[in-house]
Design a protein around this ligand. Structure first.
Ligand SMILES: O=C(O)C(=O)C[C@]1(C(=O)O)C=C[C@@H](O)C=C1
Length: 191
């Protein structure tokens, strides 16, 4: 369940039917944030999930979506703040779904030095959540928590730092404790 903790509108919504772009595929925290934004917009807008936030912003500039939701922990968000053809419309605080380290539910025993994949932004959680029995691994990166889960389901890595929805979607089982991330989300519109 997602909990909205605060909301600031800084610019009126654009005219026309809304559509929301963000980072996918299904199971990302960004998808949950987009679902929350949808509850505040008229006409039950569609949600367009893209492989990167940059692709979602290209859709915004091209006019195929009206809003793009970006996690403020995204390290390249400054490009979106600096662009002069899009602008910040809203800011809200929402806890992400639960994050944890997950393995294939049907896999055999884990290696003593399992490989780990994560989106770059929540990477500090790998050291925080990885059970002490395992040495700190080399960490590979994926474009989203959901892609990280998919990479483990496809046997490319042993463990993924991922969300509960993405783990469920890809048949993974958590081996760590779970925690949410209290996140500020930025909503951009075209100017
Ligand atoms: O990959 C996702 O699920 C995202 O929505 C992006 C993501 C993440 O990787 O955790 C980016 C930074 C924040 O930690 C919240 C979300």
């Amino acid at each position: 369940m997602t909990v909205e903790l605060g909301w600031i509108d800084v610019r009126p919504a654009p005219a026309g039917p809304p559509a929301i772009g963000t980072l996918g595929p299904e199971g990302t925290s960004s998808e949950q944030a987009a679902r929350l934004l949808r509850t505040r917009l008229p006409d039950g807008p569609s949600i367009v999930l893209r492989t990167t936030y940059e692709q979602a912003v290209e859709d915004l500039k091209a006019g195929t979506v009206s809003h793009v939701v970006v996690a403020n922990a995204y390290r390249d968000i400054h490009h979106f703040y600096m662009a002069d053809d899009i602008a910040l419309a809203d800011v809200f605080v929402m806890d992400t779904p639960l994050y944890g380290i997950a393995r294939r539910a049907d896999g055999g025993p884990l290696s003593d030095r399992p490989s780990v994949v994560t989106h770059p932004s929540p990477r500090p959680l790998v050291a925080q959540l990885l059970p002490a029995a395992y040495p700190l691994p080399e960490v590979a990166t994926a474009d989203s928590t959901s892609q990280a889960a998919q990479a483990v389901a496809e046997r490319r890595y042993d463990l993924a730092l991922t969300t509960e929805p993405a783990a469920t979607r890809h048949g993974l089982r958590f081996i760590s404790r779970l925690r949410p991330i209290r996140m500020v989300w930025s909503v951009f519109i075209r100017t």
